[in-house]
Design a protein around this ligand. Structure first.
Ligand code: ADP
Ligand code: ADP
Length: 229
């Protein structure tokens, strides 16, 4: 629900050879509500870019703007961003409810508000009947939904996902792909989704950013990038 600008962003890791950039001149302007997919082979700089947006990596050069404000030096916890990773670690000893409520409790949300938010996210994700279960008693897809739930309960205006489906089997990936797309239609959160899977990029993206060796090769709609009608 907010614009994100990446203005000529570079990343040079401290231990890299002088002048070797993991990401070079990444320039992208993301609109409100857009679903952007970064696609490209392993090592091309997708995660590094995502981690710079989240504040988990410093930006070497260039500006990151969120809602027009330069965010380069803002701590991750102050960025109002939700994230889902590939290895969506759930707390095994906590119930689904407590896993989803965890970040809200940390941030001292009121008890009633926590319950309302978790119930609503559970409803959206079809987890209402599973709130008292522990992660071990869930299927892979349900666990993935809990990870999504944990990310959406705060209503953060920006949603970052790094290969969220790559640990799931092929059939479940197709199902979850559709569910994430549906979730986006409903929440309209500005989303950046990282994958090496062209099918995911093609089916989910408003715009695709094709990366290779740290550089943006192409930015366009799925039809433009993959030349399909
Ligand atoms: P992708 O997400 O597309 O697989 P990454 O962003 O993880 O790519 O990596 C981009 C480049 O940066 C690669 O050459 C990788 O080896 C390098 N890299 C990633 N993380 C680090 C790090 N912490 N320190 C040094 N180099 C890194
Ligand atoms: P939020 O994403 O809203 O900050 P989370 O509940 O996702 O809240 O996570 C809070 C913190 O706990 C984060 O730093 C996250 O990486 C960490 N965390 C979440 N689940 C686990 C886990 N199973 N094991 C270790 N750390 C975790």
């Amino acid at each position: 629900m907010v614009k994100v600008d990446l203005d000529h962003i570079y990343k040079e890791y401290p231990d890299a050879a002088e002048g070797t950039y993991a990401v070079a001149d990444f320039d992208l302007h993301i609109d409100d509500h857009e679903f952007i997919v970064f696609v490209g082979p392993s090592g091309c700089g997708k995660s590094t870019t995502l981690r710079m947006i989240a504040g988990l990596e410093d930006i070497t050069k260039g500006d990151l703007k969120i809602g027009g404000q330069i965010m380069n030096d803002v701590a991750p916890k102050d960025r109002d961003i939700a994230m889902v990773f590939q290895n969506y670690a759930l707390y095994p000893h906590m119930t689904v409810f407590d896993n989803m409520a965890f970040g809200l409790k940390l941030r001292k949300y009121e008890k009633d508000d926590i319950k309302k938010r978790v119930d609503e996210a559970a409803e959206i994700l079809g987890l209402t009947d599973y709130l008292d279960r522990k992660p071990a008693a869930l299927s892979g897809g349900q666990r993935q939904r809990v990870a999504l739930g944990r990310a959406i309960v705060r209503d953060a205006p920006i949603f970052l996902m790094d290969e969220p489906l790559s640990n799931l089997d092929a059939k479940l990936r197709v199902t979850m792909r559709a569910e994430i797309a549906k979730l986006h239609q409903r929440l309209k959160t500005t989303t950046i989704y990282v994958t090496h899977d062209q099918t995911e990029a093609m089916t989910m993206a408003d715009r695709i950013v094709v990366m290779s060796m740290g550089k943006v090769q192409q930015i366009g709609t799925p039809a433009e990038v993959y030349d399909t009608p």
